[in-house]
Write a protein of this length. Sequence first.
Length: 206
Amino acid sequence: MARVSQEHLDARRRQILDGAARCFARNGFHGTSMQDVLKEVGLSAGAVYRYFPGKDDIIAAITEETFGVIRGAFEEAARMTPPPTPDALLARVLGGVLAGQVHGLERRTFAALVVQLWSETLRDRRLAALLDDGYATMRGVWAHLVDAYRSAGILASDVPSDHVARTMIATAQGFIVQEALFGDVRPDVLEGGLRGLMAMKTQKTG
């Protein structure tokens, strides 16, 4: 019997994940059955179960991959020398992630899938662990960026690194939610808004 190449195995796994992601984005995790996934990808149950024992395993794989894409985009941007300021960095990363057609999904559909993944972590410990790991990594990336900003003399030293990290992550999450709910989130709007906030002068009191 001829051996199946790794390229074929990877392509088949990709086919299953992309098809399942389309189903989940369209009907939600709990509104999608394995039969729906099988129909979407055009494969037999045996072919799919060879890669994933069940629907939860497909969801976990999509979660890990999706969070990895977002995390990787921030890590890549953070390696730039000198690193972009927060307004430019967030616009660059979110613009790239939302335009990248991850899982073959259009940007608003992908954003909606991400929001569903976040909500699913509230009930699934395995997904929550994946999210916690990604969140910890992201905070580390931003802490590294804060150090670089301080070395460049563009950020005060009295703001804890983790405070900046959490704020920037929250900003990114908020724009992904906006894209999912309303669509038409443009990177230039995010960049311009953040730049304006960063330029605000603090009024002296007393």
